[in-house]
Write a protein that binds this ligand. Structure first.
Ligand SMILES: C[S@@+](CC[C@H](N)C(=O)[O-])C[C@H]1O[C@@H](n2cnc3c(N)ncnc32)[C@H](O)[C@@H]1O
Length: 372
């Protein structure tokens, strides 16, 4: 049966997410700020869960309406949903709410109104919840006064691939790292570099993209627990995904001045199935560029990196980013990009040389700079 689904995504990655949905057979209905609405079957939604590298969560769209400007409107919209046919008796129900550029913006009240409307709709059923049953997570989302009532089909956000161990320093989000690689247009035959690679997130995601490893292979999805797709079907989709893996050789080089993360990074790469693809060397970024690029004037390749932005002294930051500016301009054959929240870069960089795209790492605004 054809249904409407929504893939949420971090701002700035909508065009990449749209292509991902189309690739899995979803018919795009609408692309707005951070939301890709598509039509398809539950199998399509399961495949988007399994294959989306940049998405946050896949939802079933239960109801939507424009001009929801007071709580009565919201209550009424939620009340149109046939919850008795959707939610098994005693299932725990969690309600979340988000609002952006809308009249209704007090999210705790949006949550309680949604929950009240659901409970009223389930009138006659016991309100006792059986915590052993899968959870139904409803998201009430208001964007420009349009309300969408969504049911989470992913559970944990899709950036949780199941390969990453806890790191001591906040690394870049996996879905953003994958988005950067996809935006960079890296052609897999050429070498790929990350000269501030930390825990290797960008390199691991690049290797998974090159090898066409589905990012969701190592995790479960709520779409199965809620019974919209059988375990056998999901197993089949994962088995089919495994047959799509490419086994060519890729040249992915990561380097960092610090090797404290190396053991964790190596384990992460092994768990992600790309241990042999990533080579790591401990070195300063200037030495890495010299070693990899400048010795060979014909060197070509793609460099996507996430330089530090929390250095103790502003003078250190400026000097590091000035070096990046100079070195990058000296390597015109390289397809290079970097992401940072160091906004001061524009004040001294050669402006004509750069273009930039606004992106978010977790909630932090960053720019993804590249040469024009
Ligand atoms: C923002 S973090 C990169 C995080 C990485 N993308 C990840 O997901 O783990 C910046 C990294 O730059 C490294 N670094 C700082 N100064 C450096 C230098 N001069 N040369 C090379 N690496 C450096 C730090 O050790 C840190 O791992």
């Amino acid at each position: 049966m054809i249904k409407k689904f929504v893939l949420s995504v971090s701002a700035g990655l909508e065009s990449v997410a749209k292509k991902e949905v189309e690739k899995q057979g979803g018919k795009i209905i609408e692309v707005v700020d951070r939301l890709i609405t598509f039509e398809g079957t539950f199998e399509t939604a399961a495949k988007v869960n399994l294959w989306s590298r940049v998405g946050n969560k896949v939802f079933l769209l239960l109801a939507e309406e424009e001009n929801i400007e007071d709580f009565d409107d919201l209550y009424g919209l939620v009340n149109t949903i046939d919850f008795k046919n959707l939610i098994p008796k005693s299932s725990p129900i969690i309600v979340k709410a988000t609002s952006l550029r809308s009249e209704l913006h007090h999210t705790p009240t949006m949550q309680s109104i949604t929950k009240k409307s659901i409970i009223d709709k389930l009138w006659g059923w016991s309100i006792e919840e059986n915590v052993d049953l899968p959870k139904f997570e409803i998201l009430t989302l208001l964007l420009n006064n349009k309300a969408r009532i969504l049911l989470n089909l992913s559970w944990d956000a899709l950036h949780k691939r199941g390969y990453r161990r806890e790191a001591w320093e906040a690394p870049i989000k996996e879905s953003l790292a994958a988005g950067l690689v996809l935006l960079s247009g890296w052609r897999f035959k050429e070498p790929f570099y990350d000269i501030f690679c930390g825990s290797w997130t960008i390199s691991i995601e690049a290797a998974m993209i090159a090898k066409n490893i589905a990012p969701g292979l190592k995790r479960n999805f709520l779409i199965v627990d809620l019974g919209f797709i059988s375990e056998e079907k999901m197993w089949e989709l994962k088995a089919e995904a495994r047959t799509k893996k490419f086994d060519w050789t890729y040249r992915i080089f990561g380097s960092d001045i610090d090797e404290e993360m190396i053991l964790i990074a190596q384990k992460n790469a092994a768990d992600a199935g790309v241990a042999d693809e990533v080579s790591f060397e401990k070195m300063d970024f200037k030495r890495a560029l010299h070693k990899w690029l400048e010795k060979d004037q014909e060197a070509e390749g793609c460099l996507v990196t996430n330089p530090p932005y929390g250095l103790r002294l502003e003078a250190d930051m400026e000097s590091l980013y000035k070096s990046i500016d100079v070195i990058f301009r000296k390597n015109p054959k390289l397809n290079w990009w970097f992401i940072s929240n160091y906004m001061e870069f524009d004040s001294f960089a050669k402006k004509d040389f750069y273009k930039k795209r606004k992106l978010y790492n977790w909630a932090e605004k960053c720019y993804f700079w590249k040469k024009k």
